[in-house]
Design a protein around this ligand. Structure first.
Ligand code: AHG
Ligand code: MN
Ligand code: MN
Length: 337
């Protein structure tokens, strides 16, 4: 049972209560931070209700559009994108939102200083799994607007900050249950949606990512497209010397990461011939998950450097990703660096 806070009867701690608790610890956050996170969780509840009914209403399948990523957009991608934009649009203190599904960022509020936050998100991660009822998710990253950048330069210089500047990050997995994991820099905490009351309830606090783990997660079909050094790691991991290993690959980053966070191991999406810069996106996939991994005692790298120290140069910039147990990430890096 999670530790009960004095104000919560029956030991139930909801997400707003937990965030307020985090407010008191976070040096710069003010009450408005709670307001932003509650906007995101509202959107995730809307998405969850649609995901659960996807087979019943006509929101499965393709929207017959291609997004800025050059990928076919699913109807649920657009619905999720709209749910988050709408929920944040009325939060007042969110100045800029940027989504995987939108070519450009959206400036919601021009005036400062009220508009303190920037929210980046992957509204629906694992889109290829929507129609086959496999876990999918939503990923978000929260930055603060930089006072040193004139607004006349537009939103991009505000957004292109390294992952170490994130004030919060999290994800939701719409799986056998709907779970939300987040950090504000004070540990990683897991909430489970209680559908009866529509509230995210604390189920695990201060999660630690196991230092080692025997699960490795990558799309082995691409092995021969990976750089030789990654192929060498994938050969080694199957040897007796590597010990008993298991391969798990769901194809939804957020689900593969959630398993890694709880059970340990390593997820890797290396550079490929087709995508030498990697497939996954730095700002709203790799960085938020890297923040969570590090806060739980794990590691995240692009194969050359700590993920959260990368200086982004473009909103939809892609990156190779190696993330998970400290010892397992270091083992991969011993081959690729
Ligand atoms: P998205 O659905 O947001 O585009 O993300 C899909 C990503 C990620 O979820 C997953 O790890 C990866 O694509 C799977 O890629 P492959 O199908 O190439 O393995
Ligand atoms: Mn994604
Ligand atoms: Mn997506």
């Amino acid at each position: 049972m999670p530790s009960t806070s004095s104000s919560a009867p029956l030991g139930i701690v909801t997400l707003p209560q937990h965030i307020l608790e985090a407010q008191r610890k976070h040096p710069t956050a003010t009450g408005e931070f709670t307001w932003v996170l509650s906007g995101i969780t509202l959107a995730c509840k809307i998405i969850e209700s649609q995901v659960r009914r996807a087979g019943l209403v006509d929101i499965l399948g393709s929207a017959n559009q291609v997004n800025v990523q050059g990928e076919e957009v699913q109807k649920l991608d657009l619905l999720a994108n709209e749910a988050i934009r709408q929920s944040l649009g009325y939060r007042g203190n969110v100045g800029i939102v940027a989504s995987e599904e939108d070519d450009e960022p959206t400036v919601l509020q021009k005036t400062r200083p009220g508009t303190k936050y920037i929210v980046l998100f992957d509204p629906l991660d694992g889109s290829s799994n929507i129609d086959v009822n496999v876990s999918i998710g939503t990923i978000f990253s929260i930055l603060e607007q930089r006072e040193d950048v004139p607004e006349t330069d537009g939103p991009l210089p505000q957004i292109l900050q390294p992952g170490i500047n994130q004030v919060a990050a999290g994800y939701v997995v719409y799986g056998s249950s709907t779970v939300l994991t987040y950090t504000t820099g004070f540990g990683v905490h897991l909430f489970t949606l209680n559908p009866e009351v529509g509230a995210f309830v604390l189920s695990r606090e201060n999660i630690r990512l196991p230092e080692s783990g025997n699960i490795y997660s990558t799309n082995e079909a691409y092995k021969h497209d990976y750089p030789e050094s990654y192929q060498a790691y994938l050969d080694w991991v199957k040897t007796k010397e590597a010990g008993k290993r298991s391969l798990r690959y769901i194809g939804s980053l957020v689900a593969d990461f959630h398993r890694t966070l709880l059970k340990g191991g390593v997820f890797l999406y290396p550079p490929t011939i087709e995508q030498p810069g990697g497939k996954l996106r730095l700002m709203y996939e790799a960085n938020p998950l890297a923040f969570i991994a590090e806060q739980a005692g794990g590691m995240a790298s692009d194969g050359n450097q700590r993920m959260m120290e990368k200086q982004p140069t473009a909103l939809h910039e892609r990156t190779p990703l190696i993330i998970g147990s400290k010892n397992e990430v270091e083992k991969v890096l011993s081959f690729v660096q």
